[in-house]
Structures are given as C-alpha cells and as structure tokens.
Design a protein around this ligand. Structure first.
Ligand SMILES: [Zn+2]
Ligand SMILES: [Zn+2]
Length: 151
C-alpha cells in the first residue's frame, strides 16, 4: 500500500478542482472544498472515501438516516470506482466496521431516554418517541468524523 502522501500527489493532478490538506484526521469539508487527510497514515482507503464524498458533492443532510446513506454511497464509490484506478485495496470488513459505527450511533440517538423505544426524527436535531411522546435533542454530527469518537 502506498502512503497517503504519494496517493495525494496523484489525486491532486487527477482532481485539480479539490484542495487536499494535511490534518490529523480524515474528513471532507464541503464549505472549504477541501479533503483533509492524515499524512502520517497509510490509510489510503479513508483518503479515497473522503474523495468520494467530494465527488458525490455531499453537503447537507436533513435527517440522520441520510447521513448514513451518504456514508454508504461514499464507501461504494471509493470501493467500486476509485480503488481499482489507484490499485488500492479496500476490505469489505473495513467498510462494514465504518458503517456499523454509524448504525450504532443512530441507534443510540434514536433510543427514547424515557422508555427505550425507538423514536422518529422530527427535526434535524430532535427526536420524538412514538410510544410515550417524549421529545429529546441530539447534537450535530459532522460528515465522516464519527468514527473518530468513542460512543
Ligand atoms: Zn418513550
Ligand atoms: Zn464518510
């Protein structure tokens, strides 16, 4: 596997429309049109995943479930389209781990704090329980940064 630094030099010439910047974590910032990557890492799969977010123009999402769809779409695009071009191996297990983190996160957010039933999302940062009508607020989530934090 090549390092992220050598992969970035290819990506930089193939995708001149995006900015690539060194960071201590992988993420895509639509506002800055920038793909941040960990230059000390050899995690090229994550780099291609962030590039996929950029290519697919992932920006805002209204509901948490859409965030999970964007994550799945970005992994699909990275695995089926980008990885073969740059001869990067992206394991099925790694993508499933990443997506499981999101599923766990969604489960934790959508569980009613009062009766533990699964609530429905009524607004961007609000859920409502269908059984006991309790409402609760949740924090903003940033595209892709979730797997960096323990739940
Ligand atoms: Zn409830
Ligand atoms: Zn992502």
């Amino acid at each position: 596997m090549p390092s992220t630094t050598s992969l970035v030099s290819s990506l930089h010439s193939d995708f001149p429309g995006f900015i690539f910047r060194e960071s201590n974590e992988f993420h895509w910032s639509p506002r800055e049109n920038t793909i941040f990557y960990d230059h000390t890492s050899d995690d090229c799969a994550s780099l291609l995943h962030e590039l996929a977010h950029a290519i697919l123009q992932h920006t805002k999402y209204a509901k948490d479930i859409q965030l999970i769809e964007m994550e799945r779409d970005a992994w699909d695009h990275a695995t089926t389209t980008l990885a073969p071009i740059y001869t990067i191996e992206i394991s099925h297990a790694a993508t499933q781990d990443a997506l499981d983190t999101y599923r766990d996160w969604l489960h934790a957010r959508s569980t009613c704090p009062h009766c533990k039933a699964t609530g429905i999302q009524s607004k961007k940062n609000q859920y409502r329980c269908v059984l006991c009508s309790t409402k609760w607020r949740v924090n903003d989530a940033r595209i892709c940064a979730l797997r960096r934090y323990a739940l």
